[in-house]
Design a protein around this ligand. Structure first.
Ligand code: LIP
Length: 271
């Protein structure tokens, strides 16, 4: 007789262990924070990205050998596993921040069953912050329950975003950033999608939008926003799995979605 499926609480406990272990390795090797494997104009891949992911994957495979694993350093391939559980890991989200000594970075660990995210942990070691949530566990920061803001209009809002560069070729560069800057009270860019989303869950920001992030950037923190009472939508899935993600306190969701949708190119209808 097969064992019952793991509970969201037990999955969350594993996600926390994994995020903490990856973060501990990064913190124990800060002397190597600038050692890169690959660099481009707007991004770097570090030796520690790969090492932290290996640590994360090792713990998950030991506890749940039949679960699938998707990590940023796998170039998007879904590795191993036969069941319908999938772990989604960004070992260092905010890699450029980490590499430069800017403390706004984190280890993000989520687990899904089919399309449903059951548990997520976002650990920011240099900020001493652990964000958690599960399907039946409220969003918490260091054990304290979180709630999104009550800001009722986009014009009064702080919206976290990123520099989408030219992620959508047929779109003017920075069109998403521009519409946020035009219609929110303030746009803020801090360089980690997961921690930007956690700003919304904590109630320090009222929204987050970015074009060009990946599932591993937002899977854990997206659940944390939802379990803090917020809203999360993927407006568009782009080529190579990049996403247009909008998350808010719920009260400004439709207004922000409308502004962002207005600058996205029309969907190409399959011939
Ligand atoms: C980062 C995202 C951030 C985005 C950066 C980068 P990484 O992820 O969290 O929102 O603006 O360009 O993609 O690469 O540091 O894991």
């Amino acid at each position: 007789m097969s064992a019952p499926p793991p509970t969201p609480e037990s999955l969350l406990a594993c996600a926390v262990d994994v995020a903490r272990a990856a973060g501990a390795h990064a913190m124990a090797n800060l002397d190597r924070r600038r050692v890169s494997i690959h660099e481009s104009q707007h991004d770097v891949k570090l030796e520690l990205d790969v090492e932290c992911q290996k640590i994360a994957e090792g713990i998950i495979r030991e506890r749940y050998p039949d679960h699938a694993f998707l990590g940023e350093e796998d170039t998007g391939a879904t590795a191993g596993g036969t069941g319908d559980f999938q772990w989604i890991v960004d070992p260092i989200d905010g890699t450029v921040n980490f590499s430069s000594g800017f403390p706004f970075w984190c280890c993000s660990v989520a687990v899904r069953r089919g399309p449903d995210t059951l548990a997520g942990a976002v650990y920011a070691p240099e900020l001493d912050q652990l964000y958690t949530a599960a399907a039946n566990v409220p969003a918490q920061l260091n054990g304290n329950t979180l709630s999104v803001s009550s800001t009722a209009s986009l014009a009064e809002s702080i919206v976290m975003t990123g520099m989408d560069k030219n992620v959508i070729p047929e779109m003017p560069r920075y069109a998403v950033f521009r519409t946020v800057a035009d219609h929110a009270r303030k746009a803020r860019i801090l360089g980690s999608a997961a921690l930007d989303l956690c700003r919304v869950a904590v109630g320090q920001a009222d929204g987050y939008v970015e074009a060009g992030i990946y599932l591993w950037d937002m899977a854990a923190a997206g659940l944390i926003v939802q379990r803090a009472g917020g809203a999360l939508e993927i407006l568009r899935t782009l080529e190579n799995g990049r996403l247009v993600c909008v998350a808010t306190n719920g009260r400004i969701q439709s207004e922000l979605v409308k502004r962002v949708a207005a600058v996205l190119p029309p969907l190409q209808v399959e011939a």
